[in-house]
Ligand binder design. Structure first.
Ligand SMILES: C[S@@+](CC[C@H](N)C(=O)[O-])C[C@H]1O[C@@H](n2cnc3c(N)ncnc32)[C@H](O)[C@@H]1O
Length: 310
């Protein structure tokens, strides 16, 4: 793995987390440990639990934080957060941070198969132990399933056409590499589509990656658990990179920050209604500074949203 790594919206997100020196924190997406290191910088006697399901991220950070007893590294899906906190005897935490999606070391390692820019096996797994990878999806899913994925997770206007082209290609031989797939996608698309800005395989690769890593399910699961795990005045900060995950985070935060609609329908005066469980800290999502945008192309799609437990 390359050592080059840029933590997206580092200071904005950590400022929003408002770290208490003796608090207990969770970093759901450790990666190269950029956000975890910034949390540790602000911790005194507190503790940080950092998750990643990628063994390479855990190995890297085991070296990076080798002498720091204030951090516990957990190799698992963050969807298992509450079980792990239970295991460590932690009933509630002061803050949770997530910097979602794929890390730049994962994207930039040709062998991981996340990028349409390198020729590599169609892998795309964050968790190298799971059996489902990109090749299994493209070679075994039905045309209907592929169309649904490309439509829902890739928001692609030619989902069916690409799914049919994949079905046809794999009758000749299994589709094994990123470049084979890119070629099939390019040949399936009308010329007008190929002339558009951006790589023609971008949305399809995004869709496959979301499916392989069960990304939206993990996100929904952890969001459902968080209200019960956060202490009063505790904060939750999420950085998202595409509209699907951002929509989920935005809607969930809005629901937590609103008065229960059932209560609103009851004959209770406005001032007597209980306060919502959370307060929204970012009416509009924060975006990367222009300096960061100049330095890191991944930051362009980043949106940072935060709430505080009442
Ligand atoms: C964008 S990177 C985080 C980068 C990190 N904030 C840094 O500064 O180095 C996202 C990381 O989260 C991990 N990840 C994504 N979804 C996950 C999940 N459901 N469970 C555990 N880890 C996950 C990925 O493997 C990746 O290493």
């Amino acid at each position: 793995m390359s050592t080059l790594h840029y933590s997206v919206m580092l200071f904005q997100s950590i400022d929003l987390l408002d770290v208490k020196p003796n608090g207990i924190y969770v970093d759901l997406t450790l990666g190269r440990g950029g956000h975890s290191a910034a949390i540790l910088d602000r911790l005194d006697n507190g503790h940080l639990y950092s998750f990643d399901k990628d063994q390479a991220a855990i190995d890297y950070c085991r070296d990076r934080f080798a002498n720091d007893p204030r951090i516990t590294l957990i190799r698992d899906d963050y969807a298992s957060l509450s079980q792990w906190l239970d295991q460590y005897g932690v009933s509630a935490v002061d803050g949770v941070l997530a910097d979602l999606g794929v890390s730049s070391p994962q994207f930039d390692d040709p062998l991981r198969g996340f990028s349409y820019r390198y020729d590599a096996p169609l892998d795309m797994r964050m968790d190298q132990n799971q059996p489902l990878d990109g090749a299994v999806v493209v070679n075994t899913y039905s045309v209907d399933e592929l169309t649904r994925l490309f439509r829902e997770y890739g928001e692609h206007p030619h989902a069916f056409r690409i799914a049919k082209a994949i079905e046809k290609a794999r009758t000749q031989k299994p589709i094994e590499t990123t470049f084979e797939l890119v070629d099939i996608i390019k040949k399936a698309l009308p010329a007008k589509e190929l002339n558009k800005k951006g790589h023609p395989a971008k949305q399809i690769f995004q869709a496959l990656r979301i499916e392989v890593n069960n990304e939206l399910h993990g996100l929904t699961t952890v969001l459902n658990e968080l209200p019960d795990l956060i202490k009063p005045h505790g904060r939750i900060v999420f950085i998202t990179f595409h509209s699907l995950e951002d929509r989920i985070v935005k809607k969930t935060f809005a629901k937590w920050c609103a008065i229960d609609p059932m209560l609103k329908r009851m004959p209770i005066p406005q001032e007597k209604l209980p306060k919502p469980s959370f307060t929204l800290l970012t009416k509009h999502p924060l975006q990367a500074s222009s300096k960061e945008l100049d330095e890191n192309h991944r930051s362009h799609s980043a949106k940072c949203r935060a709430v505080e437990r009442n």
